[in-house]
Design a protein around this ligand. Structure first.
Ligand SMILES: Cc1cc2nc3c(=O)[nH]c(=O)nc-3n(C[C@H](O)[C@H](O)[C@H](O)COP(=O)(O)OP(=O)(O)OC[C@H]3O[C@@H](n4cnc5c(N)ncnc54)[C@H](O)[C@@H]3O)c2cc1C
Length: 386
């Protein structure tokens, strides 16, 4: 799946313009009100951003992974809250349905996800099951032609906006093989949301707990129609998500570098621009080199992702996606730290963009698998290959 290169260039140029002309000027409002303005969400729908990863037959734009990464790179160059509005529809919320759903499930849900009329979240994490997701406790018990689902999901991105959840619950015994994935509509009786999480950064993004008390879900909503496959679905979805987050991290590193170069050009100390001091140039140079390394890596691995059969997990490509997430999310943390340093005291003050970005990027090393989990994936695959 991919868009022809000429049409893709037009899309990428429109996204670039949208980021520069619409999103960057709205960053302060998002920070102040902790919300993405409704007219911007409407423009995102108009641009087709909710459906970039969904095939054209379901109303999406049908980008390849490499193309999606280029769009994520552009969206990374502004406050990450904007990307978060479309992020679960592009990635972790929709991809389980696309990869493993039945034809009926795809036809029912994907067009509304692609248009942005339905926001879909991904609900895997629980209070006692984070990195060890295979130990999740939410239970789905068969009851006639339905399942009754009870349990609690934690830190679910876009839950307050969601019309449906791709939700992992235990239908069988312990471990990964007992987990199934369901499409759970948000309005069902027994489903409630916790209070909004107050986060370190990424103001404008919305996360909260999702609580389920005997929520009656039709068996037709079991993704793929077969129990016990949900953990595999979740892992495939996360593999893909890791490349998207990696591209996003590179975009944000680019923006922080631009902010830092601009500051180094105009700020004067000791009678000259701080950008003329070689110690400041060294910080800028390290940012540039690491950004280039990260972005080259993401593009190469995304092309390998596209070369494998769609929906099939390849341990080598998964390992490489983990390498990308490990490197780029740590890299943008270092770039943000240097960005603050280059800004001096101003870098610690909220009205400067780097102060916000410094807090915003901290999350990238935590969700969709922490740095340590990426190291484990990489280490295990190396040992397996040996
Ligand atoms: C803002 C936000 C949004 C999120 N959105 C979603 C979402 O939409 N859907 C969803 O399902 N989840 C979501 N999450 C959850 C996120 O994916 C988890 O927080 C993450 O996977 C880590 O799990 P944990 O928080 O339970 O940490 P823990 O698993 O408790 O980890 C704590 C520390 O221990 C380390 N650790 C754990 N196990 C090992 C090990 N075996 N070896 C070495 N170190 C280890 C970790 O790396 C970490 O440093 C979100 C989280 C946040 C903060």
């Amino acid at each position: 799946m991919s868009l022809d290169q000429e049409t893709f260039q037009i899309l990428r140029d429109s996204v670039q313009r949208f980021v520069r002309e619409r999103l960057v000027p709205a960053e302060d409002a998002v920070e102040e009100h902790d919300a993405v303005p409704a007219d911007i969400v409407a423009d995102m729908k108009e641009l087709g951003l909710f459906g970039i990863s969904i095939p054209e037959e379901y109303g999406g734009i049908g980008l390849s992974m490499a193309q999606e990464c280029e769009v994520a790179y552009e969206l990374g160059q502004t406050a990450l809250a904007f990307r978060s509005v479309v992020g679960t529809n592009i990635g972790i919320g929709s991809q389980g349905i696309l990869m493993d759903g039945t034809d009926e499930q795809k036809a029912e849900y994907l067009p509304r996800i692609a248009s942005g009329d339905l926001i879909v979240s991904f609900a895997l994490t629980e209070p006692d099951a984070g990195s060890d997701a295979a130990s999740l406790k939410t239970r789905a018990v068969a009851d006639g032609s339905d399942y009754l689902i009870s349990g609690s999901k934690r830190f679910i991105t876009n839950a307050p906006r969601a019309g449906a959840f791709t939700l992992m619950a235990r239908t069988g015994g312990p471990g990964a093989g007992g987990i199934s994935a369901f499409i759970v509509p948000a309005g069902l009786a027994g489903l409630s949301l916790g209070k909004a999480d107050k986060k370190m950064g990424q103001r404008g993004t919305k996360t909260c707990d999702v609580n389920l008390d005997h929520v009656r879900v039709p068996a037709a909503n079991l993704i793929g129609g077969e129990p016990g496959k949900g953990f595999k679905t979740a892992m495939k979805v996360l593999d893909r998500g890791r490349l998207h987050v990696s591209a996003l991290s590179c975009g944000m590193a680019r923006r922080i570098l631009q902010e830092s170069v601009a500051y180094a050009q105009q700020r004067k100390q000791f009678g000259q621009r701080i950008g003329d001091f070689q110690l400041v140039q060294a910080m800028l140079a390290d940012c540039q080199a690491e950004l280039l390394a990260g972005w080259s890596m993401v593009q190469a691995i995304a092309r390998r992702y596209d070369a494998k059969p769609p929906g099939v997990s390849d341990p080598e490509v998964s390992m490489q996606a983990s390498c990308a997430k490990l490197f780029t999310t740590e890299m943008v943390g270092r770039v943000a730290d240097r960005g603050v340093q280059i800004h001096g005291g101003a870098g610690y003050i909220n009205e400067y963009k780097v102060e916000r970005f410094y807090r915003d990027v901290r999350l990238l090393r935590l969700y969709e698998g922490t740095t340590q989990i990426q190291q484990l994936v990489i280490g295990k695959q190396l040992m397996r290959e040996a």
